[in-house]
Design a binder for this molecule. Structure first.
Ligand code: SF4
Length: 139
């Protein structure tokens, strides 16, 4: 983090508590990035051979490996009740939501993202320290 001559706009922290709606895991146009270590971990958790897992769940893009989508654009690991089948082994991208740099660039960026995530701005207040720590852990 370094010394902060200009504290960020979220200096007082931000509220976030997932409401479990699953909306961040739905819909077309998104990518769930996974690195090789994450892919291995998920395959293991599903008791799948790494090659079978790759063939079934991974796609190669110009900027890296991503999960395939389920056809409708939803995450392939979203279950019928909006839960995550691989929650304990979910990729860093999923673990660090909503502390992505793109959401933290300005209050407006946060507001825009919050329109699609009812957990943003609700519940527990996360301190600047926690936010910076998570966002620096980004994929
Ligand atoms: S959109 Fe937000 S509230 Fe809904 S599941 Fe995703 S993180 Fe939780």
């Amino acid at each position: 983090m370094g010394t902060m001559a200009h504290p960020p706009w979220y200096e007082q922290g931000l509220r976030f508590q997932c409401q479990g709606c699953g909306d961040c895991c739905r819909g077309p146009g998104g990518y769930v990035w996974v690195n090789a270590a994450e892919a291995r971990e998920i395959a293991e958790a599903l008791a799948m051979d790494a090659n079978d897992f790759g063939g079934k769940f991974l796609r190669r893009t110009p900027t890296g490996l991503a999960l395939v989508d389920s056809g409708s654009g939803d995450c392939p690991f979203l279950d019928d009740s909006g839960g995550c089948v691989i929650y304990r082994n979910r990729p860093v991208q999923c673990k660090t939501w909503p502390w992505w740099r793109e959401n933290l660039t300005s209050p407006e960026a946060w507001e825009v993202a919050a329109r699609r995530c009812p957990g943003m701005g609700r519940g527990e207040r996360h301190s600047l320290f926690v936010i910076e720590n998570r966002s620096s852990n980004e994929f």
